[in-house]
Write a new protein. Structure first.
Ligand SMILES: *[C@@H]1O[C@H](CO)[C@@H](O)[C@H](O)[C@H]1NC(C)=O
Length: 204
């Protein structure tokens, strides 16, 4: 009896050690360069694997501007980036072994989507970042993307590069989504490019 009690106390102690919060954290700048990129403008279907650097992605595909660059908005760093097909919105959740991530910055651009990919021009827009925190709060930040090149009513007539954006107060986030809320084109047909997502994740 005494022995059993000691054993159960011991296993309780062991359990509490296992359940103790982990201090393990890792910082990343995700550039998607190590993933097979679909040629931009072709019917892209593959997103990053789950998980990719502690995050689970949906609503995005990995696009590449090599060997063929037909996307009007592409990253200046490396050849790969994330893009959306018509009707997709980037949704990024922390993987099941992660408590939360603090998101610092990313590179973003928008373009007019075609039915079969993303071979249309860069377009001025307002994108909205929405973060959900561990305690259920919503963090919202809007960003006005401007192509910054000669354009006709906000539609660029030539290639425009992605712009880096600092994310403010996107700490203790479990889910991050990006949507287009305004566009010089049609909101529903405005695609999103992402690259160089900088963040730190804390393990469970
Ligand atoms: C979470 O799990 C993934 C997939 O099993 C693994 O690659 C990654 O290293 C883990 N992350 C941490 C912080 O333990």
């Amino acid at each position: 009896m005494h022995f059993t009690k000691e054993l159960s106390l011991l296993s309780l102690f062991a359990l509490s050690v296992v359940a103790a919060p982990s201090n393990k954290f890792e910082s990343f700048v995700a550039d998607y360069e190590d993933l097979p990129g679909n040629v931009a403008g072709s019917p892209n279907v593959f997103g990053p694997p789950t998980p990719y650097l502690d995050l689970d992605y949906s609503g995005v595909v990995v696009a590449s501007n090599s060997p063929l660059a037909v996307d009007a908005v592409f990253t200046t760093s490396g050849k790969n980036y994330l893009a959306t097909n018509p009707g997709q919105n980037p949704d990024i959740k922390v993987h099941s072994n992660i408590s939360y991530c603090n998101f610092n910055s990313l590179v973003i651009g928008t373009y007019l989507n075609a039915a079969n990919g993303d071979a249309a021009p860069a377009v001025d827009s307002t994108v909205r970042f929405i973060g959900t925190t561990t305690d259920g709060k919503t963090i919202i930040q809007d960003y006005n993307y401007r192509t910054g090149v000669t354009n006709l009513n906000g539609v660029a007539l030539q290639n425009a590069f992605d712009k880096p954006v600092a994310l403010k107060n996107f700490n203790r986030i479990t889910e991050l989504t990006v949507t287009v809320v305004k566009s010089a084109g049609t909101v529903a047909l405005t695609g999103i490019n992402l690259d160089r997502l900088a963040y730190t994740c804390f393990a469970k």
